[in-house]
Design a protein around this ligand. Sequence first.
Ligand code: ZN
Ligand code: ZN
Length: 133
Amino acid sequence: MSLTIKKVDRFQTCNFCNNKAIYDAPLMGHGGTWAYFCEDCYPSRGSHTIGTKFELKNEDELALDALGEDAYDASWEAAFMKVITREGRLEAIMEESLFGDSCGVECADGCVTEPDGKCPHGYSSLLLLAGLI
Ligand SMILES: [Zn+2]
Ligand SMILES: [Zn+2]
C-alpha cells in the first residue's frame, strides 16, 4: 500500500459520513472510483492500495503560505527582469522552456510555473513578463 502524504490547510468531508476526510483513495472493489474517506470509513470501504493521506499543515507552514501571498514585490520582479535581460539569461530560459524537458518557466522568485502563468506568490513567468507570450 502506498499512500502519498499531502499537506492541506483544511480537510475535505468524508463521502460516507460528515467527518473530516483523511484519505482520498479508490473504493474497495471499484478500483477506478475514488472517494474521500474519514478515519472510520477508510478501513472498511477503501481499497488500501494507493491514494493520498491528508495531514493538516502545521502553523509554520500556514505562516509560510500567508507570507508567500504577501511576498509579491513588483520592484523586485522588475529589477530581476533587468538583470537577466542584461546578462543574456532570458534567451537561455526561453530556449529551455521551448525545447527543454522541464514543463514550466521560472519566475523571479525561483518558482516554476506554466509559460503563460503566475506562481502561487504572484510572480509571472519570465516569458510572460518579457512579453514573449
Ligand atoms: Zn466517514
Ligand atoms: Zn513563487
